[in-house]
Design a protein. Sequence first.
Lengths: 327, 243
Amino acid sequence: MRNRYEGWEQPLFSLIDPSSRERKMVGSANGATDLSSEMEVDAFRRLFPLRFHERHLLESVRPDARSLGKARETSLALGAVASADGSALAKIGCTTMLAAIKMEVMTPSKEAPDEGCVAIDFHMPPICSPIVRPGRPAEAAPVVSKQLSDTIISSGMIDLKELSLVSGKAAWMAYLDIYCLDADGALFDAALLAAAAAFSHLQIPVVSLNDDGRIVVVSKENGEKAKNKPVNEEKRKLKLRSIPFALSCILHKNYILADPTAEEESIMDTLITIVLDTSCQLVSLYKPGGPALAYESVLQDCIALSRQRVKELQKILNEAILDMDVD
Amino acid sequence: MEVDRADGRAPNQRRPVACTRGILHRAHGSASWAQGDTKVIAAVYGPKAGTRKNENPEKACIEVIWKPKTGQSGKPEREYEMVMKKTLQSICLLNVHPNTTTSIIIQVVNDDGALLPCAINAACAALVDAGTPLKHLAIAICCCMSENGQILLDPSKIEEQKVKSFVYLVFPNSIASVLPEGSLKSRGEITEHGILTSVTHGVMTVDDYFSCLKLGRPAAAELSDFIRNNLKLKPGNDSSKAA
């Protein structure tokens, strides 16, 4: 019996050693009637997860030592997938998203002859979380996918006219696929960041018209041999206008917790996601139900937090682009 | 005020609402809800024994199945299901029937704008018809921002496609309190002003969003009175239901 629980009984020493940091944190907010003084921190965390978190919130700190309004450390690497036309790897804390864009030539629709198209898909493979089982898709995946395409297309970040090659004949179809490698909360935030980064890394391939009037991709090797002039030599990069950035917050009682982890999301249900673009226009305010109601003052607080976060994320994105240019 | 809506409504005027409960014989609870030409039928089955995988068995589970008017359900329907599930979960008393599942089936009859709010209102009426224990009702409305900065209430399909952005808002219903101080308050704010669910589409300024809230609240209060009267009108015809 003992052996089986050894895994989570490991901080037993904290019972003996009063100087252990974790123990002190729980002990400081101690109520006299509470079990927490007689129990190890890890056992308390598993048995009374809500109380464990609320105890931290009283002290304005979270189990991972963040303050309530602070997001986790965020990193961004462009060009993570060599075979894609544009790609990025975004990490917010442990949440990891890999985004890649593949460009294909298509015939534009009759309704919009001089516009390209963007198709966005979000995948949650079983590797990302214990909740996702192989064979059956995760419940959250189609919802995040729909939210992403709504946000990216309605934000006007991409001018679809820029994706046009020959009006009415040929245009680019951008397939954006985002893979969640590690789902540790705030999935939408990380996915949107990865998508925006992938679009800013995107290099549109050079194409030319061949003799039959068809579009062919000019590859590097036979680029010099090609007789026909490339169609899109001067426009290899997309101009991104007002990039949207997201911040998810948990509302619990009077507290607002920015950028929740998966554990926090599973314990406290009310999630609100705010997407602002670089000019601080509201792109989306998404709150699907939840026991806590969002009052106007709470909304204002959340929006203030997202404004700060937009500045942080914009800086991170710009640094990633600069790093890429230096290489 | 200048009126430039196709059907001659004022900007803050809703379309006429109709609600009928108990329209399906076999369902444990059912309702149809119509706002103008948008019409949705909702049916409630349950509570049935057991919860689905990955759900908390200590609470009742709510399942929403969305059937579009034509074709198969895809990503937008999945998203509607998720939003409705989370919204309805937060108005139901989930501890009353632990380890059960209540299914809510939404059938779209006609979509002429503000479809999701219409479905939420229909589901709410059907839950009441089924006698599912609820904390309060959810009142859903739709506001949209037209190009010239005007806010329109309850847009039709054509208006929804023309405008630059729209907002779906769900509020708790206004409480007719027996206490002299009236509505319940938490943190100094009136409960029915809290947002249960918010889904937006398109870019708007933050101020626009708050003006939508301002316009939405009285509309939701009006709708709340309508539902209250409608629910009072009809005595439950439970005898006709399948056991």
